[in-house]
Ligand binder design. Structure first.
Ligand code: ADP
Ligand code: ASP
Ligand code: MG
Length: 408
């Protein structure tokens, strides 16, 4: 008897036909004793449409109301999925995130899961149900519904699997697994048989949208192995686990290439060259929960002044500039510039430690395509370059061809 958590993304439930496709597949693969929990996203582009709708009503949609709105998407798909199981003669019940015991902090629109209290799900399983849980949403101590940030159903699935001590967490999606680059952008990308939590987390943080980074972190902390695989093809996908087990997968330097167009560049010009200045800027941003990345300080054209440049998510750009403008009178810097037409291209892999040719290889591949590097940043297992947005596809393909020449 196995307890299985299976997550289906928006494209897997985009139409009634697709809902029945997945219901029939789950039932065909289900052994008589299996206990099955399905975590599901909103249908197709529903969440994008709700975000657009919110923007037409309010330019500064209050975050609590945004969560109230976005959580409706998943409530539609759970009801339809549970009904489809029942149509096929399988007992099933739908549960919202709050009903399923998904407890979060109150950080609206990007809440973190604190724990999953599994009692209700277990009771429904004991009653013979397939339990269909709404991804992407939970309940804060305030009593309010929250959402987990875009792609958050992945995190619901891993957290539910951990809370239930499930045997396996499967993430079903519209590609066959995790690839060396987004297979929609790089046709020659290779599917990975396995990847460690550490490498996957870095890929996800740097733009590999196939998994939400927090889901990978949650898997690592709780030891839940994750199988990323296709809803539409019945083939082995990619296992995300603590350590590599396959010799072939260990022998690599670069694990993958990613891009992220969801970034913006902000430059604070002419800040005084004094201790505490960077602290004031980044403390103010942290207090409103804005994540920053790629921080660079350089000498300004003005003597004894610096420019501090960083990137953040595009969605946070206006809020970040607003916060910085409030500091301007007191800190006396000259101005804040913002730029949304940028993208980040990265190479990732623990194997690049102590391998000095990687950075040069990446820069050379980009130079050969005449791509200008606006900011460069590195971590122990990645190198990232900020480039003009309109060159991102050429850049990812050039860097992938360089590091994975057999697929070029
Ligand atoms: P879902 O709706 O199932 O959650 P997502 O759109 O969130 O699906 O994630 C799947 C998408 O992730 C794929 O369609 C693919 O374009 C993209 N993707 C980006 N990088 C990668 C990668 N390295 N490997 C596989 N898919 C990737
Ligand atoms: N529906 C949410 C989104 O589009 C959550 C998810 O799909 O994982 O971001
Ligand atoms: Mg997703």
């Amino acid at each position: 008897m196995a307890l299985l958590v299976k997550k289906f993304g928006g494209s897997s439930v985009a139409t009634p036909e697709k809902i029945y496709h997945l219901v029939d597949r789950v039932l065909a693969e289900k052994k008589p004793d299996d206990r099955i929990v399905i975590v599901v996203s909103a249908m197709g582009d529903t969440t994008d449409d709700l975000v657009t709708l919110a923007g037409r009503v309010s330019r500064h949609m209050p975050k609590r109301e945004m969560d109230m709105l976005l959580a409706t998407g998943e409530q539609v798909s759970i009801a339809l999925l549970a009904a489809a199981f029942q149509e096929r003669g399988q007992k099933a019940v739908s549960l919202t995130g709050p009903q399923a015991g998904v407890r979060t902090n109150a950080n609206h629109t990007k809440a973190g899961i604190l724990e999953v209290k599994p009692d209700r799900i277990l009771k429904e399983l004991d009653d013979g149900n397939v339990v269909v849980v709404a991804g992407f949403q939970g309940l804060a101590d305030t009593g309010d519904i929250t959402t987990l940030g875009r792609g958050g159903s992945d995190t619901t699935a891993v957290a539910v699997a951990a809370g239930l001590k499930a045997d396996l967490c499967e993430i079903y999606t519209d590609v066959d697994g995790v690839y060396t680059a987004d297979p929609r952008v790089v046709p020659g990308a290779r599917k990975l048989k396995e990847i460690t939590f550490g490498d996957m987390l870095e890929l996800a943080r740097l733009g590999a949208g196939v998994m939400q980074p927090r889901a990978v972190e949650y898997g690592e902390h709780t030891g839940v192995d994750i199988h990323v695989r296709s809803t539409f093809h019945n083939v082995e996908g990619t296992i995300i686990r603590r350590n590599y087990t396959l010799e072939a997968e260990k022998e690599y330097v670069v694990r993958g290439v990613t891009s992220d167009v969801n970034v913006a560049k902000i430059a604070v010009r002419g800040v005084k060259d004094l201790p505490g200045v960077a602290f004031r800027i980044f403390d103010a941003l942290a207090k409103v929960n804005i994540d920053v990345d790629m921080i660079v300080q350089s000498a300004s054209a003005v003597p004894e002044k610096n420019d501090i440049t960083f990137t953040c998510q595009k969605a946070d750009m206006a809020d970040a500039v607003g916060v910085l403008e409030t500091l301007k009178p007191d800190m006396g810097f000259s101005r804040v510039d913002m730029e949304a037409n940028v993208a980040k291209v990265s190479v990732v892999g623990a194997g690049m430690l102590g391998n000095p040719g990687i950075a040069a290889g990446m820069f050379g591949a980009l130079a050969a395509k005449n791509i200008n590097l606006i900011i460069i940043s590195t971590s122990e297992i990645s190198i990232s370059c900020l480039i003009p947005r309109d060159q991102v596809e050429i850049a990812v393909n050039a860097v992938h061809d360089h590091f994975f020449p057999e697929q070029a």
